[in-house]
Structure formats: C-alpha cells, structure tokens
Write a protein that binds this ligand. Structure first.
Ligand code: KIV
Ligand code: ZN
Length: 386
C-alpha cells in the first residue's frame, strides 16, 4: 500500500453549502485556483443538479483547473449524475462523486426504503457514473452509524460496480477515534475486493473529533482524506485541511504517510477563504489562527530566543508565514525588549535598557499588549527627559 494520502478538498461543496451567502462564480474560481496552487489532489466544487448557478460554476472551474482533479457531487439518481457529468466533461481530469445513505435512521426515515433497495440504487448509480468517467467515487452517507454488516455489503457492491474510491463519511461527527478506526479496520478485514479501490474518509466535527478520526483512519489503511480549508462545512464543520496536512507532515514518522500538499500555500489560502466566505478564523485555531505562532509568556519567549524548538513544533515558514511573533506583554523579560529593539534597528547605545524596561512594564500593565510603535514612543519620551 502506498504511503501517499490523497487530499480531497470540499471547501467549495460541503464548505460552501454551509455559508450564509453563496459565493459568486468568480469568488469560487479564485478559491479553486488557490487550491490548485496548494496542490490538492482532488477538489469537489459543487452539486450541479442543485441549481443552474451551481452547474455554471462547476463548469467554469472545470475549464480552468489543470493540476488537480475536479469533482462534483450527485445523489444516486440518474439526473444528478448526468448533470455532474455534463458540468465536468470540459475538465482535463474529473471525478463523479455519487452517494446514498446507509444508516438505519437515514434508510428508514429519510429514504423510506429497504436497505436492499438502497444497495441496488447505489450500484446502479456507480454504473451510470462510469458511463462518463472511469474515476467514480461512491459515499455511504452516515457510514459512522451504519451497521457494519450493511456497510461491508455496500462497499463490496460499490467496488464491484466500478467505484474506484469508496468514501466512509462520519456525516454527523458521532464516532470516537477508536471506533472510527475500528470501522476502517473491519472493512479492510472483511470486504474481499477492498484493495481494488481507495478508501476515503469524510469526517464532520460535531464532537471535535474530525481530525483525530481522519488520522486514525489513515493508520488503518484509508488513503484519502476529505477536508476543507479552515474546517468550514455543515454545522460544526468538516475536517480541517491545514490540520490533517500539518499533522501528517510534522508526525510523518509515526503516521507513516504523507501528502503532496505545498504547505507554504496554507496560510495564504486560509486567509483567502476566510475573507471571501466572510468567516473569521478564531485566533487560537491550530495552524492558521493569529496566535498559532505567537508567544506571550516571558518564559516561552526566553526559550524561543534561545532555540525555536523549545516551543514550536513546526516553523511559521512551513505554512507560508514570514515569522513567529513574540507578543510584548507584562510577562515579557528585558532580553525580549532588547531583541525587539535590535529588530527595530536600535543599538544599546540608543537607549537605557533599565529605564526603557521600567516604562514598558508600566505601559504593559495598563494596556496589555505593547506594540512596536509604543516602544518607539517610550524611547522618544525617555530620551526627551534626559
Ligand atoms: O457528510 C457527508 O456524508 C457528505 C456526503 C455527501 C459525502 O457530505
Ligand atoms: Zn459532509
């Protein structure tokens, strides 16, 4: 089994469907181009049957993207699959993604059918999609809550019908990592033709487990992770692309897998998606939050000035941020002030460190964070007094 994990980005489908206001075609194209530069293997960019606007944006994106495979979603219905095929057929490389629910609650309450009917619809959908492309993904919606015997039957039948990727979504973010890993392990143990398809996972974050569940699935053999930039998506969102990718990069020796993402594009892409989707990134968000590479405590700042490994497990540069930040607060020590003054171009002859530090502490106690322009003002007033 290869150790490359395919990154399937669904920012423009699962992510976009959860926004208060839809993106314009141009905004979607801007994001798609950024995702291509980021190096995602597959980008899912819409649900063409849902509206003429969605069809149009899928087609526009499909005509511009060259270095990633473009994908569109369809229910397990011929009309949906035809719309996806027609929107995508202009692309250099494309995938049709078709899905149907497999959990008891979805099968009985939402679809109001028997499981055998659902299985037949799934098989027919895969065969129908294969008329357009030999790259067909099939998803068992709500797989996380599907009885394992039914899930094994569905996966086996979908692969037999021609699915080249089979996706196991934890649609409602219900499972725990050990449980979700167990589902993937059972599939590998019980489905006889499992090695004829890539097993994918698509986890939602309702209990905050989506990244842990995705990485656990990789440990049990999944080789595609579906995710979104900044983790945007239905309800609590989807697996965050930046978190799984940086976990795979930072802990690759333990996880024994890697992606081909150009991680230096992560920060730029996160900012673009946040701005266009009008969804601010929380400041303590892993990897891309404003505080992810900033250090506030004096003890941490002292360690950082001696060796960045003391408090950073990855470099800001690895995600495309020029540098980390040492926040100047009342917890900062003299040496940090000296360091910042030298970064600002001042030598020790230009100021009295003890005096400057004393006035800095006074200001920091009043104000909280002290900025470079505050330091320069303190320097100016201290020099005036002499
Ligand atoms: O969460 C989910 O199950 C989905 C499917 C359509 C893959 O988004
Ligand atoms: Zn989803």
């Amino acid at each position: 089994m290869t150790d490359q994990v395919m990154i399937f980005d669904t920012t423009l489908r699962d992510g976009e469907q959860a926004l208060a206001a839809s993106l314009t075609v141009n905004e979607k194209l801007q994001i798609a181009l950024a995702l291509e530069k980021l190096g995602v293997d597959i980008m899912e960019v819409g649900f063409p049957v849902s509206s003429p606007g969605d069809f149009e944006s899928v087609r526009t994106i499909a005509s511009h993207i060259k270095d990633s495979r473009v994908c569109a979603l369809s229910r397990a219905l011929p009309g949906d699959i035809d719309a996806a095929g027609q929107a995508l057929n202009i692309a250099e490389a494309f995938r049709i993604h078709t899905f149907i629910s497999t959990s008891d609650v979805h099968v009985q309450s939402k679809l109001r059918r028997s499981f055998d009917d659902v299985l037949e619809m799934g098989v027919k959908a895969v065969k129908h999609a294969r008329r357009y492309t030999d790259d067909v993904e099939f998803s068992c919606e709500d797989a996380g809550r599907t009885p394992i015997d039914n899930l094994c039957r569905m996966v086996e039948a979908a692969i037999k019908a021609g699915a080249t990727t089979v996706n196991i979504p934890d649609t409602v973010g219900y499972t725990l990592p050990s449980e979700f890993g167990g589902i993937i392990q059972q599939l590998f143990n019980r489905v006889p033709n499992i090695d004829q398809a890539i097993i994918s996972v698509h986890c939602h974050d309702d209990l905050g487990m989506s990244v842990a569940n995705s990485l656990t699935a990789v440990a049990f053999g999944a080789r595609q992770i579906e995710c979104t930039i900044n983790g945007i998506g239905e309800r609590a969102g989807n697996t965050s692309l930046e978190e799984v990718v940086m976990a795979l990069k930072t802990r690759s020796e333990l996880l024994k897998a890697h992606t081909r993402i150009n991680t230096q594009e992560i920060y730029r892409t996160s900012q673009l998606v946040s701005r266009l989707c009008n969804m601010p990134v929380q400041s303590n968000k892993a990897i891309v939050g404003a505080n992810a590479f900033s250090h506030s405590s004096g003890i941490h700042q002292d360690g950082m000035l001696k060796n960045q490994n003391t408090y950073e497990i990855m470099t800001p540069d690895s995600i495309g941020l020029p540098q980390n930040i040492l926040n100047l607060t009342s917890r900062s020590g003299r040496h940090v002030i000296k360091h910042r003054m030298s970064e600002l171009g001042y030598s020790e002859d230009d100021y009295n460190l003890n005096e400057l530090y004393e006035s800095f502490l006074e200001l920091a106690d009043r104000k909280g964070q002290v900025f470079d322009y505050d330091l320069e003002a303190l320097l100016f007033f201290n020099n005036q007094r002499q």
